[in-house]
Design a protein around this ligand. Structure first.
Ligand SMILES: Nc1nnc(-c2c[nH]c3ncc(-c4c[nH]c5ccccc45)cc23)o1
Length: 333
């Protein structure tokens, strides 16, 4: 039976505010899948009135919006689909009335967490993939978001090899702006890595906020290990409390991946011989040996500051945004 608050979703899909999206999402997280059959075909709250055309409380998948498997940007890629984010396959979506192209991440009801949406709904910045709306259909949550049609940095690296320094600077600046914004709200992304940075014609944006948390004070005591091993900071691995500085370390390892084509450690410690890198990250000094030989001196000192073992001494996003490495003197000056 629909509870009282569930009633106002009985009329399907509607436009709403961020607050309404968050209460819808909390309703979904608490809803048992058993309640589903007697719900309307699709239910949802959309933020983006401009690009998503709701018709009489309906927004039907494969009618009002078409979903396509994301043709990976570079042809010679393995699978046809965008690799799974944390709990979700990402499709390309197109509204049939407005023609707007979006990303649509499908998350099965049982895997859905409010955090998947909460941070993208609450925090807005040009370098964070915008949330356009949340829809429940066919026992799956559909998250409609800003699409990075250039694919992810990982896809670009796998297909085109190491990036040149000016490309790395362009991506790093955008990621730092997004991190500076999140960190100013005490929000830790927790999974900064090449596959969570997607490219558009004029910018790069951060995606996948499934592991994101907001610190209550200036340290976060984790209950579980969050992130992807290769990009984890020593203090995060230690599990004795960490801060937003952990994202800066992950950006440092991401830059190493962009300039060499491989994450840190793997060339010196092959994955075949090392099932886990946590001990290496804990014991070894930061992976400065994995910095590309042809890395410029300014970028090398940037990386030394981003990969500083002691988070208190590690530079912040705001400090790194002023660094010479990403503000190269213009040739003509
Ligand atoms: N996990 C996740 N959560 N939200 C997104 C997302 C929002 N907007 C997007 N735009 C593009 C891509 C994406 C395209 N090719 C790719 C190849 C690899 C990885 C991602 C892409 C992913 C997204 O992704």
């Amino acid at each position: 039976v629909l509870g009282s608050e569930q009633k106002d979703y009985a009329n399907g899909v509607r436009y709403g505010t961020v607050t309404e999206v968050l209460s819808f999402v909390n309703l979904l997280s608490s809803m048992q899948t058993a309640a589903l059959p007697n719900l309307p075909e699709e239910m949802g709250v959309l933020l983006n009135k401009k690009d998503m055309a709701v018709k009489k409380g309906r927004y039907q998948i494969n009618m009002d919006v078409l979903l396509f498997p994301w043709k990976l940007t570079y042809k010679n890629h393995g699978s046809g689909l965008v690799p799974k984010g944390s709990f979700g396959k990402v499709h390309l979506a197109q509204d049939t009335t407005t023609r707007k192209r979006m990303a649509c991440k499908l998350i099965p009801m049982e895997n859905f967490k409010a955090a998947d949406v909460e941070f993208q709904a609450r925090f807005h910045h040009e370098n964070i993939a915008e949330l356009y709306g949340v829809l429940l259909w066919n026992q799956s949550i559909h998250l409609f978001m800003e699409a990075g049609e250039g694919g992810s940095v990982l896809e670009k690296l796998d297909s085109c090899g190491p990036m040149r320094e000016f490309e790395i600077i362009w991506v790093t600046k955008q990621v730092l702006r997004g991190l500076e914004y999140l960190h100013s709200h005490n929000v830790i992304h927790h999974d900064i890595k090449p596959s969570n940075i997607v490219l558009m014609s004029d910018k790069a944006v951060l995606v996948d906020f499934g592991l994101t948390v907001q610190m209550t004070d200036d340290v976060y005591i984790p209950r579980d290990l969050r992130g992807t091993e290769m990009y984890m900071s020593p203090e995060l691995v230690l599990c004795r409390g960490h801060s937003t500085k952990t994202d800066i370390y992950s950006l440092g390892t991401t830059i190493i991946h962009m300039q060499t084509g491989s994450p840190p450690w793997v060339r010196r410690y092959p994955r075949t011989a090392y099932p886990s890198y946590l001990y290496i990250i804990h014991k070894q000094a930061p992976p400065l040996e994995d910095i590309a030989e042809d890395c410029s001196p300014v970028m090398r000192s940037f990386l030394e500051r981003a990969l500083e073992r002691n988070p208190a001494l590690r530079s912040s996003a705001s400090e790194l945004l002023k660094d010479d490495a990403i503000n190269p003197p213009r040739e003509d000056q």
